[in-house]
Design a protein around this ligand. Structure first.
Ligand SMILES: [Zn+2]
Length: 655
């Protein structure tokens, strides 16, 4: 009996299909229809051809534009055409002005309401124009935060509704949410906490061309697709199927959201739809679970439980596992925004289906509000849990880093810190984790044993050091010979967390060993001077270096100073000045140890012209004026002897 009924049903719906001609698409843009499948695996191919809207285990409900529908008809499925869900009359007005929020706004009123919110709360709210649609409408956001005109180190949450233009359950309610947050700031403790602690982005209409398809005056006639009859929620780059999984160019609505997602990091986002009542969490495009599947289930469960409390368990939002489902478990979607944000932008986007009816009646809007208001606040509050803080360089500059949970993350589950504020938030199921912070040009930082508890954020600020960073800047490191040893002198320009210095010595190329230690200044912005005397008991080749040690035990080495047989090997003879000269010139030279100094002038051929004895000079820097007496114009060589050292310079004499 049942089989006969199904056969009759399939026969009857095939008749409907014939009426979907070119005229139908000219009038409606897209077609809404349903058909039975006998094996869920069939959906994996069907989802690549048409836009599946819902699957209840037997019946598929779907949308298609003309090209998609013609292609789908070749598969042989017999479909029943359904009336467009957007073709229902609804009451229009200004919901904010009425205060009852039970009418839909015209497009102009919608834009005005957002601008009014920003005008009414200039320190808490601003409007962001994220892009323009094919028909010239705006993809608008209101941004809500304390000090909203400053990028503070706060996680970002994005609410976005109605990318399917005919799914309006959250459209007016998102404007109401903005109004509710602003009017209850410093009134309601949770709202005050959210507005202070987060940057909240609210996009009530992600596809206004679809919602206002019949004109700006009414949402009756709304369609799923945009003005080009493209489903925006199949139009994003896909982690599995590539850049254009639907075969269509990126639409203006898609590009606007991609540009925003590329320039602004959203830690968490929610994408509101209608046509079902369920919280749908990643992934949509792959069977494997997200690395944080237990966290996703927890967050989704909390959302549904909160809603069930406020609807008195009347059956609302109870599909699948009592109101929650993994995306792939329901049906696979390619090109969806949820997986784009979650995979490509390292975010956490959840898709929430708010009503079985798509274009809900105006009088039903407040019911959706009453059921979901608390769950929306709690969802934002998730961003104030997990582990989080600010990542900065040692100079205090915010750094964009990748935060990886070791032995946990895979498939782009890592998160990033904000490039402007350095703030990061890693929401995660309660437990103990090891975190690594990485960025190109910086040494990785790993923090082990981070404990995450439920409902509170574990604070963890991180300093990340550039590769080769020397926190204590050595301004100088020199030496001079003293009786029985060597005196090492060094100075620092600034010191940060400086525990101190060790002098290390190597004799005749052997191992460096510690021969002295000196306490540092800790942290100092002034120049500091240090000196130690190292006794040397035997002749040989000595190398000295400083080991600078931070308070945390990390260390850096200085350059190496050389000694040989009690003599600093660093010796310097500068070029004489002026050169050329015609009466006298000045010679600058450095002596590592007290030395008998002789200056000899040679012809360019190497013939000695004259010799000057300068006598025993102290170690250090010396200037000596050479008065030419016996020279004719030409080029000469000047040689300086100081102990065992010799150096030569060419000069030119002009008479
Ligand atoms: Zn939808």
């Amino acid at each position: 009996m049942l089989k006969q009924l199904i056969a009759l049903f399939v026969l009857s719906v095939s008749l409907f299909a014939q009426s979907v001609d070119d005229q139908y698409f000219e009038k409606n843009g897209e077609v809404y229809f349903r058909f039975p499948v006998f094996n869920k695996l069939e959906l994996q191919e069907i989802t690549k051809i048409i836009s599946i809207d819902k699957f209840d285990g037997k019946m598929v409900t779907a949308y298609a534009n003309k090209d998609q529908f013609r292609k789908f008809q070749k598969t042989g499925y017999k479909v029943e055409v359904l009336p467009p869900p957007g073709d229902v009359p609804v009451e229009m007005g200004n919901p904010r002005a009425l205060g009852l929020w039970d009418v839909y706004p015209s497009y102009e009123t919608y834009v005005q309401m957002l601008n009014d919110l920003a005008a009414d709360y200039p320190n808490l709210c601003r409007v962001v124009d994220a892009g323009t649609t094919t028909q010239g409408r705006k993809i608008l956001f209101v941004v809500i935060s304390d000090n909203v005109n400053v990028t503070e180190p706060e996680p970002r949450f994005m609410h976005s509704s109605s990318m399917h233009g005919d799914e309006t359950a959250a459209f007016v309610n998102m404007i109401r949410l903005a109004d509710h947050l602003l009017s209850n700031y410093n009134v309601d403790p949770l709202i005050t906490k959210l507005v202070n602690g987060l940057e909240i982005w609210i996009n009530p209409a992600a596809n206004p061309d679809g919602t206002y398809r019949s004109g700006n005056a009414t949402v009756t006639g709304a369609r799923r697709g945009n003005a080009n009859n493209v489903d925006i929620n199949r139009n994003f780059p896909d982690p599995v199927q590539g850049q254009h999984p639907d075969g269509y160019a990126w639409q203006p609505e898609t590009i606007a959201m991609m540009n925003l997602g590329n320039s602004t990091y959203f830690n968490m986002s929610a994408n509101y739809h209608g046509g079902a009542e369920v919280v749908n969490y990643p992934w949509d495009s792959r069977v494997a679970r997200h690395a944080d599947d237990n966290w996703w289930q927890q967050v989704s469960r909390r959302y549904a439980d909160t809603v069930h409390f406020y609807c008195n368990n009347n059956g609302y939002l109870s599909e699948f596992n009592n109101g929650i489902t993994n995306g792939w478990d329901w049906y696979s979607v390619y090109g969806g925004r949820q997986d784009w944000f979650t995979y490509f932008k390292f975010g956490r986007e959840v898709t929430i289906e708010l009503s079985n009816t798509k274009l809900i009646s105006a009088s039903y809007i407040p019911t959706i509000w009453n059921y979901n208001r608390a769950a929306w606040l709690n969802l934002m509050n998730e961003l104030l849990s997990g582990v989080g803080g600010v990542v900065k360089s040692p100079e205090g500059v915010p750094v964009k880093v990748k935060v990886t949970v070791l032995s946990h993350d895979h498939t782009n589950a890592e998160v990033f810190s904000d490039s402007i504020s350095g703030a990061y938030t890693r929401m995660i199921f309660p437990g103990t984790y090891d975190l690594t912070f990485t960025a190109a040009g910086y040494d990785p930082v790993t923090v082990n044993g981070v404990v995450v508890s439920s409902g509170v954020k574990t604070p963890l600020d991180v300093t990340i050091y550039p590769v080769g960073w020397v926190p204590v800047e050595l301004a100088s490191f020199t030496s001079e010979a003293v009786s029985g040893g060597v005196k090492l002198l060094w100075s620092t320009a600034t010191e940060t967390n400086n525990f101190g210095f060790e002098v290390e010595m190597s004799l005749n190329g052997g191992e460096f060993t510690k021969v002295s230690e000196t306490r540092g200044a800790g942290t100092s912005t002034e120049s500091r001077f240090y000196e130690v005397i190292i006794p040397l008991s035997q002749n040989g080749v000595y190398d000295f270096r400083l080991k600078q040690i931070d308070l945390d035990g990390s260390f850096n080495y200085s350059n190496v100073i050389n000694f040989e047989n009690g003599v600093v090997r660093n010796f310097n003879l500068g070029q004489n000045y002026p050169n050329p000269f015609n009466s006298s010139t000045v010679l600058n030279f450095d002596l590592p140890v007290p030395s008998e100094v002789t200056v000899t002038i040679f012809s360019i051929e190497g013939r000695e012209i004259e010799k000057r004895e300068l006598g025993l000079l102290e170690a250090g820097n010396h200037s000596w004026r050479y008065e030419a007496e016996n020279l004719v114009s030409g080029n000469y060589i000047l040689r300086l002897n100081a102990g065992s050292f010799t150096a030569s310079k060419k000069f030119t004499y002009l008479k």
